[in-house]
Design a protein around this ligand. Structure first.
Ligand SMILES: Cc1cc2nc3c(=O)[nH]c(=O)nc-3n(C[C@H](O)[C@H](O)[C@H](O)COP(=O)(O)OP(=O)(O)OC[C@H]3O[C@@H](n4cnc5c(N)ncnc54)[C@H](O)[C@@H]3O)c2cc1C
Length: 374
């Protein structure tokens, strides 16, 4: 029996796609410069179906590419022409929110933001928050070891996952870690984070939940140069302050975000810094005074603090919309995620903003820069 015929016997009709037009939506992830139509797309709902697919792929020597929400920017979920694109999107149940242990156990297709939404009734949330969090899945977050604005203080995905279930190509289900920090056996969690689906299929994830801080405020500071904003980032960290988030955007990125999200950014500034402080009221007030003084010392020309939760979220909305905002003016936008040592920030940023460094594209030859501090 052919591979396709065996899959058709195993899976319900809507869980197997073989027609080119049905498979087309799966031809790429967020790195859309590369596209490939896979041999088949499987959308299983149960562990038995998943095991069956792995067994058939093994038997017919068909390579597998797992896929969460397909928002990855590194081509990790790019199909292989001769392969099986295995979507985990239907594994989307929140299995347990355990407020006593401050954990949530979820299936891999659950959206990142849905975890915090489910935990909110207990005053808890899941800290890693990639800008794609309304869409990306926790399985994809594990496979890419994703980070976000709040990872400066609270760590990346690997620092917030306590346990994983992993289905290996031969059908064996591994139970790694658990609900506590120190599970028996080797600590294999780190090797699985960022492994891009190459070591197995993540079928269950247990994450740490944190109490929502009583107070969270964002300072928005405008600067007359990117170098000054970069120096302020290094200065804040050097002063021993670890903000909940610390992000910088240059003028092009700020203007695009403002046009797109109407978040009240000062569009005349050469660069802006967003600095979130969280904790108890007294702690935040003390840190705010210290950070404001530092920012002024580094030349902040305009300094605002979010007055309520709506304004705080509004300040972040612009930064988190940077991708679609730039996409509106430059459809061939090329994203480069680099790492710059904090001490070198202002020098490197100044160099990036010089036109000779700009990528040449049909619609824009200027790089837009948004910097996350980790
Ligand atoms: C607008 C936008 C903003 C973004 N912002 C950020 C950001 O701030 N920080 C950040 O880190 N990333 C960001 N990303 C990148 C992307 O959202 C993350 O890498 C995310 O974790 C991918 O999740 P996904 O569910 O879309 O995974 P996919 O893209 O579907 O897959 C990513 C990788 O995970 C593997 N995979 C998926 N599910 C499983 C599973 N169950 N078991 C094993 N392997 C699996 C795939 O094979 C692939 O290698 C952004 C992307 C976009 C489009």
């Amino acid at each position: 029996m052919s591979f396709e015929a065996a899959l058709a016997q195993l899976l319900p009709r809507d869980a197997l796609l073989t027609e080119p037009e049905a498979k087309r939506p799966f031809e790429c992830d967020g790195l859309s410069a590369y596209r490939e139509i896979p041999r088949v797309v499987c959308l299983p709902r149960t562990l038995d179906e998943l095991r069956g697919i792995l067994a058939l792929c093994r038997q017919h020597a068909v390579p597998i590419v797992p896929r969460g929400a397909g928002t990855g920017l590194s081509g990790g979920a790019l199909p292989l022409a001769e392969g099986c694109l295995l979507s985990l999107a239907r594994f989307n149940r929140i299995l347990e929110v355990d407020p006593a242990n401050r954990t949530a156990t979820v299936e891999p297709g659950v959206r990142n933001l849905a975890i915090s939404e489910a935990a909110a009734v207990h005053g808890l949330y899941y800290a890693p928050d990639p800008s794609s969090q309304i869409a990306c899945s926790i399985g994809g977050n594990v496979a890419e070891n994703s980070g976000g604005v709040h990872c400066l203080k609270y760590g990346l995905t690997v620092h917030n996952v306590l346990g994983l279930k992993l289905l290996l190509a031969d059908g064996e289900l591994l139970d790694i870690g658990g609900k506590t920090l120190d599970a028996p056996g080797y600590d294999l969690l780190a090797i699985l984070h960022g492994s891009e689906g190459l070591l197995g299929i993540v079928t269950e994830v247990t994450v740490k939940l944190l109490p929502k801080p009583p107070v969270a405020q964002v300072l928005l500071a405008a600067f007359a140069s990117v170098e000054a904003a970069g120096a302020a980032v290094a200065g804040i960290i050097e002063a021993g302050i670890i903000p909940a988030g610390l992000e910088m955007m240059d003028q092009l990125a700020t203007r695009c975000a403002e046009d797109y999200a109407r978040c009240g950014y000062p569009v005349d500034a050469a660069a802006i810094l967003l600095c979130e402080l969280d904790g108890g009221a007294a702690e935040v007030a003390a840190q705010r005074a210290q950070v404001e003084q530092l920012l002024r010392g580094f030349g902040a020309t305009d300094l605002r603090c979010s007055r309520d939760e709506a304004e705080r979220l509004g300040f972040w909305k612009g930064r988190k919309s940077a991708f679609p905002a730039i996409g509106r003016i430059a459809p061939d936008y090329y994203c480069m995620d680099g790492t710059i040592p904090r001490r070198e920030l202002s020098r490197v940023l100044a160099r990036i903003s010089r036109p000779s460094m700009a990528c040449r594209s049909r619609t824009s030859s200027m790089p837009a820069t948004a910097i996350s501090t980790r």
